[in-house]
Structures are given as structure tokens and as C-alpha cells.
Write a protein that binds this ligand. Structure first.
Ligand code: PA5
Length: 460
């Protein structure tokens, strides 16, 4: 097997109250309509993410900028949040050494890359206090160009760089990724003469992992962009059909949608058995939640688990809790490394340990994955299985594109626009009102008016 495979048999088990044999045929017209709807928006130029794998110019520009930064700096700090951070982080943690940032430069062969992501001052100050500023540059990544958390971090670093290295030192340390024409950051790039890569206007935040948003940090960390994009392109090519049995992303979206709508399985768990895909789980959670959670009656809840770790945590809930989940297992067929398990003679009397003799840690985690999937199915719990031949750049490109396209199609099946996020605006307006942004006084007053509390319900 040299490409990603998807197996949805675990959603058709009669024992797991699975889908009926004709469920896919019954869904076919709606699936074809979801596919056509997406393709029409894509052709109109409104949705550009599926075309990113063929954007060689952006890949080249990202790689060139990363090379230039790597020649002068040791550390890249990525300032971004949500879709402007999670994709790059997922790519890097899947494809670099698990302790990449701790390796000496000669073993790392690339920059250290940090994703503070949140605007928690404790983390941010600690990171700046840990890195040698002289050896550090930063990429401010925001599609809209005005996200408060990201711009707060940018402003702090800008001021510290100017104080220490002057305007020119700041300019050499700061690069931007933002909308090609709109937004405050684009205007700042022009006014301050900063180097800036564009995020195509047709590519939204959580679908931007394969634009400069993800490619610049990935290149800085030494990822093979050509292979990453080739994998994504190969998956995109496999998904050019409106038939469920031909298009893996459509099949995945269709099965999860049916499990939700027909069987009440509305919690969708992504459970890779590979630490390198832990951050991909976080990325998927944002993608699925922000894209599909649009109405009180529409919004499958994504959940990230990691095998075997979660077998000692949330698996109990998945095995015996409410019948409301579908668990997608992700297997990496050939792990990057394996380690044999030595059992000394003195441990042989202990049956619960001795059987490990002659096995490897790779065999252990694979046996655990197979066993857990089988046990879930026996317990009447539906599963999906995704297999990657290896955790390499090509497979990662396939996986990202599979999940992005599945999300787009799922939006069509649920009848929601997967590409906006109006629900997060109210909170942003309140926060800006509290911080005194002119024009947001009404939001502030509304928030303060609602802020009455019943003292009887406060214990402290
Ligand atoms: O998917 C989205 O559009 C959002 O989650 C954004 O990625 C997030 O809000 C950050 O936005 P921006 O890139 O504009 O700073």
C-alpha cells in the first residue's frame, strides 16, 4: 500500500446498529449535490483551498523565505491563532523529529519553530525569556490582518526588536503572511517595508494549511514541501467524483453524516495511533467544529484522542458510555522507528510482563490499535479506519486534503456554509468593547448590562 486508505466497514456492522446495506445508495443524490455544490463554488473562484497543491509559486516563495531566515536565525516564532497556527503546527509535529526544537542544529538541519498560539501572557513571556532574541525571527500570520491575539504578540515583539536592534533589525526579523490586499497587516507590511507572503483571498483560515500559512513554518522546520503538496494533489485528484464509492473524502463525510443523522452518533473522534498526529487531531477539531457547528440542530462534535494514551483515559467512555460516537482510527503502517522490548530472565515468572518478550514497541502499539478497534466493534460502537503507509510528507498531504475536502462536502450534506464562522463574532465584539475600541461601546454596554450575578450562586 503506497497511499492513504479509508475503510468504513465499521459503520456498517449490524451488531453496532450500523448503517443499512442500501444507506450509501440512498445518500447518493445528496452526496452528488454536495460535491457539485462545492465544485461550483470552487470553479467560481470562491473556494481556493483544493487548488493550493498546484500553487508551486507559493511553495517556492515560502521555501525561499524560509531559507533566507534560516541562514540568519536559529528560531522562528509563529504568531498566529486558529487556522493561522494549527495547520503549520500539525505539519511540523507530524514530519519532524518529535524533539526537533531540542536537537542541536547539526542534527536538526533546520530552524527551531515555536507556535505560542494562545495569547496567554505567561506562555508568551516565558517563550521570549527562553529564546535568545538575537537568534530569533518571527512570522506574523493572520489572514484577516487584525486578529487581536496575534497582533498583540506582534506588537510586543516589534517593540522589543526595535528597542534592541533598531528599525532595520526589526524589519529583518519580521515576516508576514496575510491577505494579498486587505486588512491592517497588509497596510502595515507596505508602510514598514516588511516581507509578506499572501494567503489567497479564496482560502479561509482553517483551510489554509497548504498555503504560505502552513508552508512557511513547514519549510523553516525542514519539511519537504514538494512531497507534501504532491500528496495533497494526489488526494485531490482521487476526489474528483461525485460518487460516494469513488471519492474517499465524500465517503468519509457521507458516512459520518449518516451516523449522526440516522443513528445519533454525533461525536466524531479522530484517534491516531501516532504521537506525530496528535496536533493533526487538534487541527481537525477546529476544522470540523468551526465549519459545521452552525445551527442548534447541526454540529457534529469533534473530539481528539491519541492511541494508546487514550486507552487509559477517554476509551472507557467510548466503549461503554452513550451510543453517540464514531471513532476514526488512524494507523501508520510503517512507523519511523521501532524498539525491541528486552525481558530479563528475572521478570519471566510475571506472566503479565513475560509475554512482551520478543516483541517490539511497534508491535505493541499496533496490537493495541487492532484490539481496541475490535473491542469497540464488539461493544456495538462504529469505527472508521484510515491507514497511512508511512508518516511522511506525502501521506500528510493526503491526510490534510482528505479531511479538508470531507469537511467541505459535509457542509453541503448538512446544508450549512462550511466556510464562515459568524458565531465567534459576538465574543470578539464584546472583548473589543471591553478594551475600549471606538465604535464598540454598544457591545461593551450590552455585556456589562448582562453581567449581573446572583450572589447566592457564587461561593468564594
Ligand atoms: O478558520 C478561521 O477562519 C479562523 O479560525 C481563523 O483561522 C482564526 O480566527 C484566525 O484568523 P486570522 O488568520 O484572520 O488571524
Amino acid at each position: 500500500m503506497d497511499r492513504l486508505s479509508l475503510d468504513v466497514n465499521g459503520c456498517f456492522d449490524a451488531a453496532a446498529d450500523g448503517l443499512g446495506a442500501n444507506a450509501l445508495d440512498a445518500l447518493a443524490p445528496a452526496a452528488a449535490a454536495a460535491f457539485d455544490g462545492f465544485e461550483a463554488r470552487r470553479r467560481s473562484g470562491e473556494l481556493g483551498f483544493a487548488d493550493l497543491p498546484r500553487d508551486a509559486a507559493t511553495a517556492d516563495a515560502s521555501a525561499a523565505l524560509a531559507r533566507d531566515l534560516a541562514a540568519r536565525f536559529e528560531n522562528l516564532v509563529v504568531l498566529g491563532i486558529g487556522g493561522s497556527s494549527l495547520g503549520g503546527r500539525a505539519i511540523l509535529s507530524a514530519l519532524t523529529h518529535p524533539f526537533h526544537n531540542l536537537l542541536p542544529r547539526d542534527r536538526r538541519g533546520a530552524m527551531r519553530v515555536f507556535f505560542p498560539d494562545n495569547s496567554d501572557p505567561a506562555t508568551f513571556e516565558a517563550l521570549l525569556g527562553t529564546l535568545e532574541l538575537e537568534e530569533t525571527c518571527f512570522a506574523t500570520i493572520t489572514k484577516s490582518g487584525g486578529t487581536a491575539e496575534t497582533m498583540a504578540q506582534h506588537l510586543v515583539l516589534r517593540e522589543r526588536c526595535i528597542a534592541r536592534f533598531g528599525e532595520e533589525g526589526y524589519r529583518s526579523r519580521c515576516v508576514l503572511v496575510t491577505d494579498p490586499a486587505k486588512g491592517a497587516l497588509r497596510a502595515i507590511a507596505d508602510a514598514e517595508g516588511l516581507r509578506a507572503l499572501p494567503v489567497p483571498a479564496s482560502v479561509g483560515g482553517r483551510f489554509s494549511a497548504l498555503s504560505a500559512v502552513g508552508l512557511l513554518p513547514a519549510a523553516a522546520g525542514g519539511v519537504d514541501l514538494t512531497a507534501l503538496l504532491a500528496g495533497a494533489a494526489a488526494m485531490e485528484a482521487r476526489c474528483r467524483s461525485g460518487a460516494l464509492r469513488e471519492n474517499p473524502a465524500l465517503l468519509y463525510a457521507g458516512v459520518l453524516h449518516l451516523m449522526d443523522r440516522q443513528k445519533g452518533r454525533r461525536i466524531h473522534v479522530l484517534m491516531p495511533y501516532a504521537d506525530g498526529l496528535r496536533d493533526t487531531g487538534d487541527w481537525f477539531v477546529q476544522l470540523w467544529a468551526e465549519s459545521l457547528g452552525k445551527r442548534p440542530e447541526v454540529g457534529p462534535t469533534p473530539f481528539r484522542a491519541v492511541g494508546a494514551t487514550d486507552q487509559h483515559s477517554s476509551m472507557q467512555l467510548m466503549m461503554e458510555g452513550p451510543h453517540d460516537k464514531v471513532v476514526t482510527f488512524v494507523r501508520v503502517v510503517q512507523p519511523r522507528a521501532d524498539v525491541s522490548i528486552p525481558v530479563p530472565d528475572t521478570y519471566r515468572p510475571h506472566g503479565e510482563i513475560a509475554y512482551l518478550d520478543g516483541h517490539t514497541m511497534g508491535e505493541l502499539i499496533e496490537a493495541e490499535r487492532r484490539a481496541t478497534e475490535a473491542a469497540l466493534r464488539k461493544a456495538g460502537r462504529p469505527t472508521v479506519s484510515i491507514q497511512l503507509p508511512r508518516l511522511d510528507a506525502r501521506a500528510m498531504g493526503e491526510l490534510l486534503m482528505l479531511l479538508e475536502l470531507a469537511t467541505a462536502y459535509a457542509g453541503g450534506l448538512y446544508g450549512v456554509n462550511a466556510f464562515d464562522q459568524p458565531g465567534v463574532e459576538a465574543g470578539k465584539r464584546y472583548a473589543q468593547g471591553l478594551l475600549g475600541r471606538p465604535g464598540y461601546e454598544q457591545a461593551r454596554d450590552e455585556l456589562l448590562a448582562r453581567a449581573h450575578t446572583d450572589p447566592a450562586l457564587v461561593l468564594g
